[in-house]
Design a protein around this ligand. Structure first.
Ligand SMILES: [Zn+2]
Length: 388
């Protein structure tokens, strides 16, 4: 049995131990020690990383009661090793996990909801609460959680005797009767948990709700605490500063700045669209009447602009007016006719030009992949008058 040093002192960053066993595992080795400060994955908290005699420990997990330290080099049984945690990472995990207990405890006390799912990854925590919370309730939750941090309350962990446990009210994911380890946050929460936690809530620094969404009849919240909250704040500040500089507005007024810019963009788009339409109309006015089909190849026209042009062309020819635009990755087309039934010719035309599309007997629209020459031949061959 390995002595779990993190139970007695969650802040122990280094230790000496003896190797009890070393077995091949995956591409490396799994080391079992007589004592360890490495926390194996559990209670939603990832396993610790760090070093054993300078050799990186990539993960720590518990399997069948054994704590396994995963390393890339073998260790001799009986050897003495010095272990060191990646403390920055572990402390961040403890800040997040202790913050989670506070959020879940307050949500339970204030709104009567249970934590029915918990996940920690990438600096964020995800908590699934069993009931739907309003925006105001979430704001209150964040407010209350940070009050617990500001008051720097104590965090205590202990294994109560079964008869004591019987009479305690505590939060727990599942029914347990023996070896229950409780984490007590002064005047805030009592919860069964096997993971290391901060000693005082002040160590958490800050609890920030990042987002929420409805999830399976309840609410899923994401949050970041301590150094992760700081990282998030920095990221958001940098983005705000960048937007502020780009728009020349104060950092706190970026939303209004973006809104103004979006409105300007909308106006500019409408103006461009109207101008383009005017250009297409002017182009349509230059179309000379023809006997038979009119085939037009235009640069960079939208489907709607092609329709305008083809519609005008159809009035000036006795066959079909087929308008095309685009190249390379696809050619858009619109075909309009007052005299030829288009619908039943859609299949043969698309087949001839590797296209897809369809429409009515008066208009076809779609796209194709073919050269100008192939397209011209296909229009001439498919849309012949008098073959109704
Ligand atoms: Zn926990």
């Amino acid at each position: 049995m390995t002595e779990r040093l993190y139970y007695a002192d969650s802040h122990q960053q280094s230790f000496y131990a003896r190797v009890i066993a070393c077995r091949p595992a995956g591409n490396g080795w799994a080391v079992v020690l007589d004592r360890t400060a490495f926390f194996p994955e559990g209670g939603g908290q990832p396993g610790d990383t760090g070093t054993l005699n300078g050799v990186p420990v990539s993960d720590t997990r518990e399997e069948e009661g054994e704590i396994l330290h995963f390393v890339s080099l073998p260790f001799r049984e009986g050897a003495q090793v010095s272990g060191a945690l990646d403390w920055d990472r572990r402390f961040g995990l403890m800040q997040n996990h202790s913050g989670e207990h506070i959020l879940s405890g307050i949500a339970h006390r204030l709104f009567g909801c249970d934590n029915v799912g918990f996940h920690m990854s990438g600096g964020e925590i995800t908590i699934d609460l069993s009931s739907e919370l309003t925006a105001q309730q979430l704001e209150r939750l964040e407010e209350e959680a940070n009050r617990v941090v500001f008051e720097d309350r104590s965090v205590r962990t202990y294994f109560p005797k079964p008869e004591v446990l019987e009479n305690l009210r505590y939060r727990s994911k599942r029914e347990m009767t023996e070896n229950v380890r409780l984490v007590e946050i002064e005047k805030c929460d009592l919860c069964a948990c096997c993971a290391p936690h901060v000693n005082h809530t002040g160590e958490i620094g800050m609890i920030r709700l990042l987002g929420s969404m409805r999830h399976r009849g309840g609410t899923r919240i994401t949050a970041a605490c301590g150094k992760h909250a700081l990282e998030d704040y920095r990221r958001i500040s940098r983005a705000a500063e960048e937007i502020s500089a780009l728009l020349s507005v104060p950092r706190t007024e970026t939303a209004q700045g973006v809104k103004r810019q979006s409105e300007e963009l909308e106006r500019a788009r409408a103006e461009v669209s109207a101008l383009r339409r005017r250009i297409v109309e002017m182009r349509a006015e230059t179309l000379e009447p023809v006997e038979g089909n009119m085939i037009l190849f235009e640069e960079d026209l939208s489907s709607e602009e092609l329709r305008l042009l083809a519609d005008a062309g159809a009035d000036r020819c006795t066959g079909v007016c087929a308008a095309f635009s685009g190249s390379g990755d696809g050619v858009r087309y619109v075909i309009v006719s007052r005299h030829v039934d288009l619908k039943r010719r859609s299949g043969p035309f698309n087949e001839a030009v590797s296209g897809r599309g369809g429409g009515s007997s008066e208009m076809l629209r779609g796209s194709c992949h073919a050269s100008r020459q192939t397209i011209e031949q296909a229009v001439t061959a498919v849309f012949r008058r008098g073959e109704e």
